[in-house]
Design a protein around this ligand. Structure first.
Ligand code: SAM
Length: 252
């Protein structure tokens, strides 16, 4: 997968994109991340990429010209090797990012993220994009942090990146539920004991316990997820059972 990022602050990406799993994913050739400082494409003699809004108002807007020219350059560089893929405008008014969105983006061979700054965009920039994406209902100073989060969550789903595709699928949200509690050695730490079933060696019982705890945690912490989670008959019965024998006001 190729990922292009259009940003006025390319250095912001060095630390996060070069380290850990994303760094390794690049080293191993699973993803190729390229950051373009679109200021280099401005035709303004003072190197400006923003201007005041027509009709007046506070703040400055990113101009269309540098972004259109940067996109043309990326198109020329990638033509024949990658599709245009998805072009994602970072915007608090966009589609809210979640795990399903990450999985969807991971199917593409090419993603381009446009990171805004200042008060917003010249509206014509939206002609270039397939997606407008938001990290959440708050306003950041720029699209860079939001793009980094989206790239991190998406790259986890690119086959081979985690080495074992069962890992992202078992993560919270991937199956519509929160992840079950987990423990590692020692089995008794300061009197806090690991649930016996996990050290029993009985794989069927462990599987059932995990399913039950995943349902219980989701019911207690994020009951909204249960409205859309696709539960098997076994999970539905388990959930009914949990509701009967648990006081849902008790936090787990
Ligand atoms: C200061 S914000 C502009 C906010 C704009 N005036 C508004 O009210 O929608 C500058 C840029 O940061 C990025 N940004 C801010 N909040 C974001 C969010 N929640 N999700 C994604 N991008 C965001 C966008 O690229 C945005 O154009």
């Amino acid at each position: 997968m190729r990922i292009d990022i259009l940003s006025l602050f390319p250095n912001m990406f060095q630390a996060t994109m070069g380290e850990s799993i994303i760094g390794k994913a690049q080293d191993n050739g699973f993803v190729d991340i390229n950051v373009t400082d679109f200021r280099q494409y401005t035709t303004d003699k003072h190197n400006h990429v923003d201007d005041a809004p027509f009709g007046g108002g506070a703040g400055m807007l990113l101009q269309a010209q540098p972004i259109f020219d940067a996109m043309d350059a990326i198109q020329q560089q990638t033509e024949g090797q990658y599709s245009k893929g998805r072009v994602i405008l970072m915007d608090p008014a966009g589609r809210k990012f979640d795990q399903a969105y990450a999985k969807e983006l991971a199917q593409e061979d090419h993603l381009t993220f446009i990171c805004g700054h200042y008060e917003g965009y010249d509206e014509r920039i939206r002609q270039l994009v397939t997606d407008e994406a938001s990290l959440g209902d708050y306003v950041l100073t720029g699209g860079e942090l939001a793009a980094m989060v989206m790239i991190d969550a998406t790259v986890r789903f690119v086959p081979g990146v985690l080495g074992n595709m069962s890992s992202p699928m078992g993560d919270s949200f991937s199956n519509g539920l929160l992840e079950y509690p987990q423990y590692t050695r020692p089995a008794d730490f300061r009197g806090m004991k690991v649930p016996e079933v996990l050290t029993s060696g009985n794989h069927q019982k462990i599987k059932e316990w995990r399913m039950r705890e995943s349902l219980r945690r989701t019911l207690h912490r994020r009951p909204d997820l249960l409205k859309t989670a696709k539960l098997s008959r076994e999970q539905q019965l388990m959930l009914e059972d949990i509701k009967l024998d648990e006081d849902p006001t008790v936090p787990d």
